[in-house]
Design a protein around this ligand. Structure first.
Ligand SMILES: Cc1cc2nc3c(=O)[nH]c(=O)nc-3n(C[C@H](O)[C@H](O)[C@H](O)COP(=O)(O)OP(=O)(O)OC[C@H]3O[C@@H](n4cnc5c(N)ncnc54)[C@H](O)[C@@H]3O)c2cc1C
Ligand code: SF4
Length: 338
């Protein structure tokens, strides 16, 4: 039995005070990731700070036409919220592609951003893992690495970030609101998660004494032409081998803007402006989509068991862009773009 203390935060300032006072404390929201990690002895917080009663559960329109999502809004409520379902269906699709209904009912918006990798060696305390124990080594590089990263890896870690929701938030260019002892600040979503480098123990740029309070979506939701395509080993209750989020704006049959991000392939959702730039001003075509895929994957590198992800990602990108251009969203399309 590993003992830990439990306290309930009364407001955001109290939550920040409590986390700042104890470097080994952890916030608990839905608990769907943290409790598993505690049971496996991967996380050993001395204190759990329960944030579930904080007033961070609303989804509200902002003055500039966007939407602010409280950090404690459950994933299910968010996916089915009318503002999100109608204006940001890409986000709704990505959320609904994740986990199971029961988990989505418990999982919070903030917790989804901060969920940890599903690398099996990270969960296995008998094996070396630089993320769990810095300096101990990475068991995945020479081990079973079928689920691991092909982009942005380092010699210290080749883990992926497992979230679906975060891939859509990357394409939507969301902003993360956080509060800490020094006050409030915002971070562009692209800057929230980190690549492993030589500090794979740090997943994000959130400071240990900060709390995520909200995620804000700008007004543009790409509600007509979008796709979240998730490729996985079975159709539900499985993490992505590769996923692709696309938001596109068309103008008389020409692409005005296309955004795309990959999940399941890196330590953070993977986006590259160069791959998007070559689509702007073009008519949708399989050749053009193939070129964008090649650019997005130009630095991809496979390991012993996951090299298949490079081809899989290439095909998934072309399919997702095709579906988005046709306005077919999640469904598989038989129509061919020429
Ligand atoms: C079997 C299974 C399958 C799953 N499949 C998928 C999937 O396919 N796709 C997918 O995207 N996800 C999947 N998930 C992950 C699930 O979405 C996450 O576990 C969930 O989103 C975490 O949210 P939570 O509120 O339960 O977080 P918690 O477990 O409570 O917390 C997770 C971490 O976030 C920190 N935290 C929580 N809230 C805040 C905050 N506001 N500020 C700062 N820190 C905070 C906690 O301290 C902790 O470190 C799956 C989970 C399970 C168990
Ligand atoms: S890939 Fe990262 S999380 Fe997995 S064993 Fe290596 S260091 Fe640990």
């Amino acid at each position: 039995m590993i003992n830990f203390a439990y306290a309930r935060a009364t407001d955001v300032a109290d939550a920040v005070r409590r986390i700042a006072a104890d470097p080994k404390a952890k916030f608990i929201a839905g608990g769907t990731n943290l409790i598993d990690l505690m049971k496996e002895d991967v996380e050993r917080p001395t204190r759990l700070i329960d944030i579930t009663r904080l007033p961070l559960k609303s989804v509200e329109e902002t003055r500039d036409g966007g939407v602010r999502i409280g950090a404690l809004v459950p994933n299910s409520d968010l996916a089915y919220h009318p503002l999100v379902a109608q204006r940001y269906p890409l986000l709704a699709s990505a959320i609904l592609a994740g986990a199971s209904q029961q988990l989505r009912n418990m999982a919070s918006t903030g917790g989804n951003l901060l969920q940890r990798t599903r690398c099996s060696y990270f969960y296995d305390t008998a094996m070396p893992c630089n993320k769990r124990e810095p300096g101990s080594g990475c068991s995945a590089i020479e081990g079973i690495n079928r689920m691991h990263a092909i982009l942005g890896t380092s010699d210290a870690c080749i883990a992926t970030h497992p979230s679906d929701m975060c891939v859509a938030l990357t394409v939507l260019e969301a902003t993360v609101h956080v509060a800490g002892p020094g006050g409030e600040r915002t971070m562009a979503f692209a800057d929230f998660h980190r690549l492993p480098g030589d500090t794979p123990q740090r997943d994000t740029n959130l400071q240990p004494n900060e709390i995520v309070t909200a995620v804000e979506l700008p007004a543009r939701g790409f509600a007509s032409n979008y796709t979240y395509l998730k490729i996985r080993d079975r159709l539900s209750y499985a993490f992505a081998l590769v996923s692709v989020a696309v938001g596109m704006e068309l103008d008389g049959g020409t692409i005005r803007e296309a955004r795309l991000a990959l999940g399941g392939v890196a330590h953070k959702p993977w986006r590259d402006p160069a791959a998007e730039a070559i689509l702007a001003g073009q008519r949708p075509s399989a050749d053009q989509f193939q070129r964008a895929a090649d650019l997005l994957l130009r630095d991809a590198r496979g390991f012993a068991h996951n090299a298949f992800k490079i081809d899989l990602a290439r095909r998934a990108i072309v399919r997702a862009l095709t579906q988005a251009a046709q306005g077919t969203a999640q469904s598989q399309s038989n129509k061919k773009i020429r």
